[in-house]
Design a protein around this ligand. Structure first.
Ligand code: ADP
Ligand code: MG
Length: 174
């Protein structure tokens, strides 16, 4: 019975293969983790970054852009709303800041539906900061990343995948 009890108490979540939960201890680690994601991104992928101001979304995004191979450094698009990146290997990566988007009309004003169409056609990939603000306008199949402030230099990063392609992406990142 003791052996059964130990087995029963092992902390193996049922959906382990679809979730990744880690803590970074400085911005460089967050950036490095982002680069891991960026290297695995393919056209058609939807990467959502959710979290409060200072949670590390832009730090992670800049690592993602670097790993993907963006020709320019991916900075916060807070005042630009949308940045479009290219790379030597070909392809396109949209980087959207949804902070100021309140409704579908706002999303349309920055052509978010058009970008998502392009992504669904496999022509480009998209990275969305403050994705929680436009969650209802995003496709259900996506990589959803929650960033949480733990302490001054520590951030918790929780990654959840929906759909076969994004689950495969998560496995590659792990
Ligand atoms: P957001 O885009 O979510 O507002 P930023 O990436 O712009 O967040 O800012 C995160 C801030 O937190 C930066 O000043 C960064 O230096 C700091 N920071 C401290 N520790 C970390 C960490 N482990 N990961 C990411 N950023 C961190
Ligand atoms: Mg930001």
């Amino acid at each position: 019975m003791a052996a059964f009890g130990q087995c029963y108490n092992r902390r193996v979540p049922v959906f382990e293969s679809r979730l990744l939960d880690l803590v970074t201890h400085n911005p460089a680690q967050t950036r490095q983790f982002g680069a891991r994601i960026g290297r695995a991104i393919r056209a058609g992928d939807v990467i959502c970054l959710s979290g409060e101001l200072g949670a590390g979304k832009t730090t992670l995004a800049s690592g993602i852009g670097e790993g993907w191979g963006a020709r320019e450094v991916v900075n916060s698009p807070t005042f630009v709303f949308v940045n479009e990146y290219s790379r030597a290997a070909g392809g396109k990566l949209y980087h959207v800041d949804a902070y100021r988007l309140r409704d579908a009309a706002d999303a349309e004003s920055i052509a978010l539906p058009d970008m998502l169409n392009e992504v669904s056609e496999g022509k480009s990939a998209i990275l969305i900061e403050w994705s929680e603000r436009v969650a209802d306008q995003l496709p259900p199949e996506r990589l959803w990343i929650d960033l949480l402030w733990v302490e001054e230099s520590a951030r918790r990063i929780q990654v959840a995948a929906n759909g076969a392609r994004h689950e495969a992406l998560l496995e590659q990142i792990r």
